[in-house]
Each structure stands twice: as C-alpha cells, then as structure tokens.
Design a binder for this molecule. Structure first.
Ligand SMILES: Nc1ncnc2c1ncn2[C@@H]1O[C@H](COP(=O)(O)OP(=O)(O)O)[C@@H](O)[C@H]1O
Ligand SMILES: CSC[C@H]1O[C@H](OP(=O)(O)O)[C@H](O)[C@@H]1O
Length: 399
C-alpha cells in the first residue's frame, strides 16, 4: 500500500506514466497544475508537443482555499472516483471517465477534457450552450434513477448507501448550506450594506423552519447516489456535449438536492448578468437561464418517468401513479434546495464568479441582494409552485 505524499509536478508525470493506460506513456513529459476549485490539486499531463493527454487529480489533507488550518479527509478522493465510476456506468456520455484510483495516495487518473469548457466560465462570458440543460437533465435522470430503490435490489441499495457514507464532506454542506447563512458566523462573507437583509434572514422564523426541514431531508433521505455539488463549475460543455466532474460530495441523499443545486447556479448567473453584460445581452441571457431551468426539469422528469415505467423493479414502487407522486416531492425539494444554494453562495463563504466578477461595487451588491431575496422567496414558496412555468413566473416577480 502506498503512503500518502503530496505530489509535485514531477511526481504527477511519473505517476501518469505508470497509470495513464496510454499506449506510449513515455511521451508524457510535463505537468501543469491547473486546479481552480476550492479543494484539490489537478494536474494536466502534457506530451512532448505540449498537448494535454490525461489528468491526475489528488486530494490534499486540507481545504486548498483555506489552508492547513482546515484539515479534510483524504478519503474524499475515493468517494469522488467511486461516485464518478458509478455514474459513468449509467451515463457514460455525460460523466468524466475515471480510469485509475489509488485511495491511499488520494489520487485518481481521468480522461482529459481540455477540448471542453467549464460551463460557469462560458455563462459568465455571455455564451450559451443550447443543449446543456437537456443533457444535464438526462445525466441526472439516468444516474439518480439507476442508483435508487426504483432500480436496485434493496440489498444492493443498502450496501451502496453504506459504501457512500461521506461524513466529512456532507458536514461541509450541512454547515455551509443550512447553518452559516442563518446565524452570525465568521465564515460568512457579504458587504456591510447587506447586513440588514442578512439579519432579517436570521430573524425570519418561517424561513428558519423551512431551512431546517430541507437540512433534515439532506441528513436523512437516502434516495439516490447524488453528485452532491453539481454547480456550473462542475460541468464541462462543448457545442454538442456535456460531462460532469468533481463528485467528491457524492453520497446517498435527496434527489432534489442535485436538481436544486443545478437550478440555483443557473439563477446565480441570472442574478449576476446585469453586472457582467450589456443590457440587451443580459436580458437575453436571463431568458436563456429561465428556459434552461424549464428544460432541465422537463428532461429530468420525462426521462425519470419513462425509466420508472420501463424498469422499476420494486412491485410497490411500480404501482401506476407512484413515480409521478414521488417526482412532485422531488420538485418541491429542488425549489427549496435551489433557494439555499442562492443564499449560501451570497451570504456564506463560497461565492461564484457570476457575481464576484462584477467590477462595480454597487452593482455587485445589488445582484447579491437580488439573489438573497430570490433564495428566500423560493425556500418559502417551494410547496406552492406546481410546475416549471409557474416557477419562472415567480422568479420574474422578484425584482
Ligand atoms: N478531466 C479534466 N479535464 C480537463 N480539465 C480538468 C479536468 N478535471 C478538472 N479540470 C480542471 O481543473 C479545475 C478544478 O477541478 P475540480 O475537479 O473542480 O477541482 P476541485 O475538486 O478542487 O473543485 C477545473 O475547473 C478544470 O479547469
Ligand atoms: C470549504 S469547501 C467550499 C465549497 O467548495 C466546493 O466547491 P468546489 O469543490 O467545486 O470548489 C463546494 O461547493 C463547497 O461547498
């Protein structure tokens, strides 16, 4: 068993030469560390022509963006690789291909997606990918249905729940999504001008109960193997394709959490574009984000229903009408979790470029205010919004 050590670029090249599976591994000569996420090292391994051929990703024993003062489990590399490998079984077209894992080194080797672009960066630049929402809906329906009690034998499902217990990463989400923004906490990060609005979240008893209910579902509802952090920075796109990466928060949780996280990030862009783009482009981008939310949900629910009709293995769950009823609850959860994503990305520690990149301080603060207000509205209204068109109408009402 190998002993953990943090890789240098030289180590990453050496490792890729051994484990890339490429026909001619000696062509690999150089590594570039390109990690721009909050947590890990990501090396692109280049050949003699400078072309990236394979990716080596390694977990650090702490949170990268904070430093050694915040230690974090190395087992997240195993959880990430195994979640992606599981998702790849059910959605190979939309999941990055992990080809090797060494859990003791907390390192994995995966396909290089350098011809793809991170969706968030494209949205921030004002570029839309018309197929992306449909493909994301397809990915989520495939992996969430196939890892759930609709598809798996109950023995296998329970074994999978145990295998994907992800205590430390879930604790991050439990704190950052559901606790910090609603209490005074040193991790919170928002401009002083927003203090009255943030204080009003802390004092809103109805909101706090709705957030408690969402957190309780996150803690207890082991419905499917979630990606666990499917924001637009965890999605690679091209003009025709989409692939999910970065699943270290994967665990068995409520399906609505993945849908809500994805919807929330489309809405963070919706809130930010007036500060990023010229007025006409911003209006167009907003319409696109709302259309994407409708497409994401429609694709997910249509595909999930089709699969449930064709291949639900449990006799009771297969009864006509049950899958529709279950999806109503997933929808309601998704709206609530979407609201918590909007609030945690604006009040909490972990912000997004869709708003942080706005140069003008007043404009940025206005966009943050919009996102917080929208988040609160959605958390409170989640049980009363029947379908995607009504959701869009409600979003448009929040100025
Ligand atoms: N398979 C890949 N192919 C190409 N680039 C990648 C790949 N995986 C990650 N990256 C690059 O590394 C960055 C950080 O990766 P990510 O998995 O999000 O790290 P973290 O776990 O730290 O959030 C991505 O934004 C992307 O630019
Ligand atoms: C202390 S981790 C904060 C935040 O970072 C993660 O995102 P990513 O790995 O994509 O950078 C996740 O969203 C966590 O909530």
């Amino acid at each position: 068993m190998s002993q953990y050590r943090t890789f240098t670029a030289t180590d990453a090249v050496e490792y890729a030469r051994q484990f890339s599976g490429l026909e001619n591994p000696q062509q690999l000569t150089q590594a570039l560390e390109v990690g721009d996420g909050n947590l890990n090292l990501v090396f692109k391994i280049l050949d003699q022509q400078g072309k990236s051929r394979v990716i080596v990703k390694q977990a650090l024993p702490y949170v990268r963006c904070v430093g050694e003062s915040w230690p974090l489990t190395l087992d997240r590399a195993r959880l990430e690789a195994e979640t992606l490998i599981e998702h790849y079984k059910y959605s190979p077209e939309h999941t990055v291909h992990v080809t090797h894992l060494d859990a003791s080194l907390a390192v994995m080797v995966m396909e290089d997606l350098s011809e793809y672009k991170i969706w968030r960066g494209e949205l921030v630049a004002g570029k839309s990918y018309p197929q992306a929402a449909r493909q994301l809906g397809h990915y989520l329906a495939s992996v969430l249905f196939s890892t759930s009690d609709f598809a798996l034998h109950p023995h296998e499902k329970k074994a999978q729940v145990a295998r994907f217990i992800n205590t430390e990463m879930c604790e991050i989400t439990e704190d950052l999504f559901f606790n910090d923004p609603y209490i005074e906490h040193p991790r919170n990060d928002y401009p002083p001008a927003l203090e009255p609005l943030v204080a009003s979240l802390r004092e809103d008893a109805e909101l706090r109960i709705a957030v408690a209910e969402l957190k309780h579902r996150f803690l207890t509802h082991a419905e499917a193997l979630l990606h666990g952090d499917i924001h637009t920075g965890s999605v690679f796109v091209t003009d025709s394709g989409l692939k999910a990466i970065d699943a270290e928060f994967g665990y068995y949780g409520p399906m609505g959490f993945d849908l809500g996280t994805a919807m929330g990030n489309l809405l963070l862009n919706y809130c930010g574009v007036p500060g990023l783009l010229a007025p006409r482009e911003a209006a167009e981008a907003r319409d696109q984000r709302l259309a994407e939310i409708i497409t994401l949900w429609q694709t997910f629910s249509d595909e999930f229903l089709t699969r449930s009709e064709q291949s639900t293995r449990d006799v009771a769950l297969a009864v006509p009408g049950y899958a529709q009823k279950f999806l109503q609850k997933v929808w309601c959860d998704a709206i609530g979790f979407c609201g918590t994503e909007l609030i945690r990305r604006t009040v909490g520690m972990s912000h997004v470029a869709d708003i942080s990149n706005i140069a003008d301080d007043m404009m940025r603060t206005d966009c943050l205010r919009h996102a917080i207000t929208l988040g609160r509205t959605l958390i409170l209204a989640a049980g009363h919004i029947s379908d995607a068109e009504s959701l869009v109408a409600r979003i448009r009402q929040v100025a």
